[in-house]
Write a protein that binds this ligand. Structure first.
Ligand code: SAH
Length: 222
């Protein structure tokens, strides 16, 4: 399961990242802070070296434990929808490769991220790049439960397809907060932006169709 991670981030990778930023702009990503964070993070560090050349194509890729690293456009779109402010406290469900986590952390927020698969949680732990971000705290657990002892959160981002809006996460969202969650069954989900107003009322916006691996109940210890 362990593989040697490429440590070199050279002018070729940086050039490919600039091209990726152009693609993301063409697809409608406008938040310059999101684009700057994606430009700063060497996505090829998060993939098996076999995919190094393709790391800057706008595509999802397989990682360990049958999971995927999200497509850059999806990472950018979800991040943009969060309307992050510096020092926001953000909860992410589905650490996966930790690429999305690093993009968020690069934007100066404080991130707590939960992964349900022990294999992935351990895998990311031996990954040197994440140590650049002391503002990331990782947890092995079930995202449906959230992190009650750290709540409330300014923003919540779910990076797996949720069968329904997890009620405990809604409770852990601050009034004035935003939660971005792909909702739907296996295969196809509706990206949903949920805003909780100051009075605690919930507003939902449909932001289009996306496809994620499923959000599953409980922890997996393998
Ligand atoms: N944000 C990740 C995307 C990984 S894919 C990245 O940038 O690479 C989605 C991840 O969600 C998978 O790793 C999967 O194991 C995890 N997941 C699924 N259900 C979960 C749950 N209930 N709690 C926490 N993580 C979950």
């Amino acid at each position: 399961m362990l593989h040697t991670l490429p440590k070199d981030d050279n002018y070729i990778h940086k050039g490919l990242r600039k091209q990726l930023i152009d693609v993301l702009r063409q697809k409608g990503i406008k938040d310059e802070r999101v684009l700057a964070a994606i430009e700063a993070i060497p996505r090829h560090f998060f993939l098996d070296p076999a995919f190094e050349r393709q790391a800057y194509e706008d595509r999802a890729f397989p990682i360990v434990a049958d999971q995927t690293i999200s497509q850059p456009y999806t990472v950018a779109f979800q991040t943009q929808m969060l309307e992050l402010k510096k020092y926001d406290k953000v909860l992410e469900i589905g650490t996966g490769s930790a690429y999305q986590a690093c993009v968020l952390a690069e934007m100066g927020i404080s991130l707590l991220t939960i992964e349900r698969q022990k294999a992935l949680y351990d895998y990311v732990g031996q990954f040197f790049f994440i140590s650049r971000y002391p503002n990331i705290k990782r947890f092995y657990g079930d995202g449906f439960e959230g992190l009650p002892s750290y709540a409330p959160f300014d923003k919540i981002i779910i990076t797996c397809g949720a069968p329904f809006i997890p009620p405990k996460l809604l409770t852990q969202l601050k009034p004035g907060g935003i939660m971005v969650v792909p909702v739907g069954d296996d295969g196809q989900q509706k990206m949903t932006r949920i805003s909780k107003d100051k009075a605690g009322h919930i507003h939902e916006e449909d932001m289009g169709e996306f496809s994620f691996v499923p959000m599953l109940q409980g922890k997996n210890s393998k």
